[in-house]
Design a binder for this molecule. Structure first.
Ligand SMILES: [Mg+2]
Length: 272
């Protein structure tokens, strides 16, 4: 009995200690062998390639070009609409998959059509109606909802996440730190990326993909892909930031586009 208790205490101590080491490591720990294994890099956009909503810097543009010259296909995985990602992919000559609306919409490349992932907008529309009824005058939709197929983006004036979730019902409520999203349960960036990989030429393995993002909308990718890089975002609540640091393998030193660039250049240098 006593030895069982001691063993249980030791297990707790070990798991607490292990938790410390499960926090993400500096990106410089990504070694040459790992860097040479990467075939696809999937990047979130807002807070990862830019500071949110704006254009990418010349340095980000150069890093994307150099990654692709070095044999790493770059793709985008974002809460943005598909037309927005298409415009960005054409501008940056991005050749990889485009995953829009936080995983609800996907295409293999800017040249290919959208895939039928079987998702519906109805749960999000119903949740939006419920929120408007719960909080009259405090829920505002964003203009680009007209271009969204599954996801709904909105602002909730002065409302806490708990208040929103308690009224929204059986639907996902996501906070990208820039805008709130309503979406059918079961949709996420990580799962959609896994579905695409199985269909790609050459069958890229999850261990050959590096994912990089900054917010809770990227958590599903951090959990499903071993090579996950967190770009720290100072606007993320402390508890969410801790969750992200526990899920991502690596963390960049700088924020937003500067963080992406330093990671990209380290990978290119490490590949030799
Ligand atoms: Mg982001």
């Amino acid at each position: 009995m006593r030895s069982g208790l001691i063993a249980a205490c030791m297990m707790t101590a070990v798991s607490k200690t292990a938790n410390i080491y499960l926090m993400s490591e500096p990106y410089l720990h990504l070694d040459p062998e790992t860097a040479r294994r990467i075939r696809l890099l999937m990047a979130d956009v807002d807070g990862t390639l830019n500071t949110g909503g704006g254009q990418v810097s010349p340095a980000v543009r150069g890093a994307v070009r150099r990654l692709q010259e070095n044999g790493i296909t770059v793709g985008l995985v974002s809460g943005r609409t598909s037309p927005m990602l298409e415009e960005m992919a054409l501008d940056l000559d991005i050749r990889g998959p485009l995953i829009a609306e936080n995983g609800a919409i996907a295409r293999m490349s800017v040249q290919s059509g959208h895939m039928d992932l079987g998702y519906s907008r109805q749960p999000a529309l119903d949740a939006l109606d419920r929120l408007k009824a719960c909080y009259p005058g405090r829920i505002s939709e964003r203009e680009d909802n007209a271009h969204r197929l599954v996801d709904i983006v909105f602002r909730a004036d002065g409302l806490k996440m708990d208040e929103i979730k308690s009224c929204a019902g059986d639907v996902q409520v996501l906070d990208s730190t820039y805008i709130l999203h309503l979406m059918q349960q079961g949709i996420d960036k990580g799962k959609t990326l896994r579905r695409l990989l199985g269909l790609m030429d050459g069958k890229i393995k999850p261990s050959e993909v590096l994912v990089i993002g900054d917010s809770m909308t990227d958590l599903s990718m951090f959990k499903l892909f071993p090579l996950a890089v967190l770009v720290p975002n100072p606007d993320i609540p402390a508890e969410d930031a801790r969750t992200l640091r526990q899920a991502a393998r690596y963390i960049s030193g700088h924020q937003a586009g500067d963080g992406f660039v330093e990671v990209a250049l380290h990978i290119i240098r490490s590949r030799g």
